[in-house]
Design a protein around this ligand. Sequence first.
Ligand code: E4P
Length: 213
Amino acid sequence: MKFFIDTADTDAIRRFAAMGLLDGVTTNPSLIAKTGRSREEVIVEVCDLVDGPVSAEVVAVERQAMVDEGLALAEIHPNVTVKVPLIPDGLAACREMTASNVKVNVTLCFSPVQALLAAKAGATFISPFIGRLDDLGQDGLELVADIREIYDNYGLETELLVASIRSTAHVRYAAKLGADVVTVPPKIMDQLIHHPLTDTGLKQFLADHEAQQ
Ligand code: E4P
């Protein structure tokens, strides 16, 4: 399973890239807004930090405007993946950009049939937002299982990119369900790395070594 990081915070991206953990990056307009910087400036910097797909989201909502904005984003760097929302114009823009060999991440997916349609429109990635479904008392991981089954039934090559991750358990179950990619916020990346027994074990080893001197 590939690990993307779900942030526009370049310090965090640099930190996890140095550990060799990152296969790509996802951003969205909310994450970019938090940085106080322009989307283009952030995307250029991120593409220098990680050698893999970097999702940059369009803010247009009409097909031609989405395509124009998406193609301009794709010009920034060969690794840019254009993110479009799962609305009718987004699917049409996906089809058009895919035909021009631009990689597209169809985002804001909340149902298995939406995911099927995105694959038919040629999406490179489909992003089901599982945490937002859990927030409503629904089961985000069930959506992941359903998409996996449907894509496998028909040999669809769109990559299942699990997004809106809220916990380490989300990552574990996404892997068990056969997700192609998880995009993980920095806070959850840290939680994945750390274990209290690792910390106490290390402390004891260092204390024993010190006592022997
Ligand atoms: C994915 O590409 C999105 O940026 C992200 O996972 C959304 O997560 P949220 O529901 O925590 O905002």
